[in-house]
Design a protein around this ligand. Structure first.
Ligand code: GLU
Length: 484
């Protein structure tokens, strides 16, 4: 193993946002492509946001996607606990140490005082920033308040002048004016750390060398670097990832069902397709090829290929890619995956295996299956104009005639098998001396009521059975007659 170590550090929100999944994937791939270690840490110090079952979502998703971690809550490699709420004492110890080192201070300001300060600043049109009220308390005053059990937080001391700089592996040199750095809270009054403190303490103590996360942390990273420096710890390498937006720049939204892994998975996007597509949201292997398995990505992923311009989630491309993965499925697997969708709309006794064979190459997303197959159950209302096909040279009149003529042909088929239906129709077409389309187009329309179907007239006739086929053709004849 190389000494590269990455981590995925989600907060348990109850779902896996696509952006988080990409962070997990890139962290995993950076570790794997370098022979390093990938770790999972749960960042649950914000107890107000506790969501029942939220941890399970994280474990389940990582397992399902094959993003197996080498180290984590159920795989202690000596750096545990890996769940932040179980590390309270560690943060308290380091926060106090930071006070001793002169880089942090106790703040006893009440909520009322801070609210007042906020209002005051807002009235002046200024952004809220703590005014350093408690920074100059004497050691005696502090001790007195501590002895009296007054609630406190611990704040980080920030330099007021100059700039802070660091090199981001994706965004290059980042420079921030120190005057913009707020004296943020590191330890809250309940003894829990903020993210701003816990991420640094943990990444250091757990030996993380490469920090991979969303670019919303770019501007607070200088504050984290000041903490590393204050403790005398080595700074990690930072890999901030660009935002993922929809076309037009809008954010992915949970409410619109396009933000979480589960939303897509439940709609019938395959996990391998999701992983493949998400891998390309901000990273490019160079070249034209786009289909990569996780195993292949583990080989070829490189930090250099990560782009810093916003990644656009292109739904059409995602659908296409999912369709490619559906085509690659073993037919039995596709059939198994399709069955629950058939159950939603098909009650007739049909050769579902045959439907699956016809469908597999056409479906892009499994949840579209009912739209493809519902006509096997019932023909919906359609327009007679559908019988008119320029290229096939069919008209409503020619279709009526073709359907009337084909009824006795269909009636005469005893063994209702595809080949038999096919040869009977072909013989009939030859006898009439017409083009295939003159008969087959209206027949398929009569049987399906659709312009495009999995399978043609022969396959559909076979699947719905002789009786239903004849019933539908007779109905169509009456329907066309009534329209003339
Ligand atoms: N818990 C943070 C989040 O879910 C993780 C940020 C990080 O990876 O450092 O946004």
């Amino acid at each position: 193993m190389s000494n590269i170590k990455t981590r995925f550090a989600p907060s348990p929100t109850g779902y896996m946002h696509i952006g988080n999944l990409r962070t997990a994937l890139y962290s995993y791939l950076i570790a794997k492509s370098n022979g390093g270690t990938f770790m999972l840490r749960i960042e649950d110090t914000d107890q107000n946001r506790f969501v029942e079952g939220a941890m399970d979502v994280i474990y389940r998703t990582l397992e399902l996607c094959g993003l197996n971690y080498d180290e984590g809550p159920d795989k202690d490699m000596g750096n545990g606990p890996y769940i932040q709420s179980q590390r309270r004492d560690i943060y308290i110890k380091y926060a106090k140490k930071l006070v001793e080192l002169g880089h942090a201070y106790y703040c006893f300001c009440s909520k009322e005082r801070l609210d007042g300060l906020r209002e005051e600043l807002e009235a002046k049109g200024l952004p809220y920033e703590y005014d350093g009220h408690c920074k100059n308390l004497s050691p005696e005053e502090i001790q007195k308040k501590l002895d009296a059990g007054e609630p406190y937080v611990i704040r980080q001391i920030m330099p007021k002048e100059g700039v802070s700089e660091y090199d981001d592996a994706v965004y290059g040199k980042i420079t921030i004016e120190n005057s913009t750095l707020e004296e943020q809270i590191l330890l809250k009054s309940d003894g829990m750390p903020t993210y701003n403190f816990a991420n640094v303490v943990d990444d250091h103590l757990m030996g993380v060398t490469h920090v991979v996360r969303g670019n919303e942390y770019i501007t607070s990273t200088p504050k984290y670097n000041l903490l590393y420096d204050a403790f005398g710890w080595e700074r990690p390498c930072y890999i901030h990832l660009p935002l993922i937006t929809k076309e037009g720049g809008k954010k992915l939204s949970k409410r619109e069902g396009d933000a979480s892994f589960e939303d897509f998975y439940n709609k019938g996007y395959l996990k391998d397709a999701i992983i493949n597509y998400v891998a390309l949201l901000g990273w490019s292997p160079g070249g034209e090829r786009e289909i990569y398995s996780l195993k292949e990505l583990e080989e070829i992923f490189s930090i250099k290929g990560i782009n810093n311009s916003p990644a656009v989630f292109d739904m059409a491309k995602f659908r296409w890619m999912n369709g490619e993965y559906i085509k690659m499925m073993a037919p039995e697997d596709f059939h198994k995956a399709a069955l629950p969708y058939y159950e939603k709309c098909l009650t007739r006794k049909l050769d579902l295996k045959r439907i699956s064979e016809l469908l597999q190459s056409r479906v892009e997303v499994l949840c579209d299956i009912p739209d493809y197959v519902d006509f096997f159950e019932n023909v919906c209302d359609y327009d007679v104009s559908m019988y008119v096909h320029k290229k096939m040279k069919t008209t409503v009149e020619s279709s009526l005639e073709a359907l009337q003529n084909v009824i006795p042909v269909l009636e005469s088929i005893d063994d209702w098998q595809e080949e038999k239906i096919h040869s009977a129709l072909m013989e009939h077409i030859a006898q009439k001396g017409v083009k295939n389309g003159i008969v087959l187009w209206p027949l398929r329309t009569a049987l399906s009521g659709k312009m495009s179907t999995p399978g043609g007239a022969v396959e559909i006739a076979y699947i719905i059975g002789k009786e239903e086929t004849l019933a539908r053709v007779n109905n169509a004849v009456n329907f066309i007659k009534a329209s003339l």
